[in-house]
Design a protein around this ligand. Structure first.
Ligand SMILES: Cc1cc2nc3c(=O)[nH]c(=O)nc-3n(C[C@H](O)[C@H](O)[C@H](O)COP(=O)(O)O)c2cc1C
Length: 247
């Protein structure tokens, strides 16, 4: 195993930070690494808003479901899919022509670009000794987030990311056994199902240990319960208002 793989395998989300500041230069280095992620046809359809202003972080904490670490972290990054630059280019160079920025395909392209860039940033941040946690809660109240950050049309928040020096040492959260996710040459349903069974046992043990016996629900039960809850059903309408017909 080399150092990069060792660092990747050492990842755990950090939700408590020391008072040590994260410098502007560090954020610029981290975003520089993010920008070198592969990008579909080099469209680079993402933007990131680095929020350091305390009042804004506090507001975002509220909008993301009162997750206290958003207000507490020194820098909160909001990763956005962003097709506004492409649209501007089309308006400049092909003003007479119909364009297709608002398709489901371009929505996927922009979301994937944002995710790839963000994960590069996460890895870069961890290499500097920083800790991160992604915040999907940024989509709880997407409209208000877009307004607060003054996002242009065709830009939308995908997730947030708290960045700061770790003030906790959480254990690693076990992942599915590899047989559940890695298939050779064709999809093997049985291997996948057996993997989930094994993982349920691992996670029950992990949860019992981590919560002093308070929690012990198997992973597959948690996932079933999650799927049985409607989540963020406003997203389709929000995206439509951002300019995505999702044709
Ligand atoms: C897109 C995305 C959104 C997430 N949203 C949240 C969130 O809103 N709040 C939170 O505390 N953790 C959030 N997480 C962190 C996950 O819960 C965490 O990555 C997962 O449980 C695995 O744990 P680990 O990162 O410590 O290995 C999110 C992770 C991802 C990738």
């Amino acid at each position: 195993m080399n150092d990069v793989i060792a660092q990747l395998k050492n990842h755990r989300s950090i939700r408590k930070y020391t008072a040590q500041p994260v410098t502007r230069e560090q954020i610029e280095d981290i975003v520089g690494a993010a920008q070198m992620a592969s990008s579909s046809s080099n469209v680079q359809a993402f933007s990131v808003i680095a929020v350091t202003d305390q009042a804004r972080k506090d507001k975002l904490e509220e909008l993301c479901g009162h997750q206290s670490y958003i207000g507490e972290c020194p820098v909160f990054l909001v990763w956005c899919g962003d097709l506004s630059r492409l649209k501007s280019a089309a308006e400049r160079h092909l003003p007479e022509q119909e364009t297709y920025e608002d398709t489901t395909e371009n929505f996927i392209v922009a979301t994937v670009d944002a995710a790839l860039a963000a994960q590069n940033a996460a890895v870069a941040a961890e290499s500097l000794g920083l800790g991160i946690v992604y915040i999907g809660g940024i989509r709880n109240r997407s409209e208000e987030v877009a307004e607060l950050l003054d996002l242009p049309e065709l830009a939308y928040p995908v997730f947030g990311m708290c960045v700061g020096y770790p003030d906790q040492e959480p254990g690693h959260r076990p992942r599915l056994p590899q047989q559940a996710v890695l298939h050779w040459n064709e999809y093997d349903r049985e291997r996948s199902e057996n993997g989930v069974e094994q993982y349920d046992e691992v996670m029950v043990k992990y949860l019992r240990e981590r919560t002093g016996g308070v929690k012990d629900t198997p992973w597959s039960v948690l996932m079933a319960e999650k799927l049985a809850q409607p989540a963020r059903l406003h997203m389709r309408e929000f995206l439509r208002r951002r300019g995505f017909e999702l044709k």
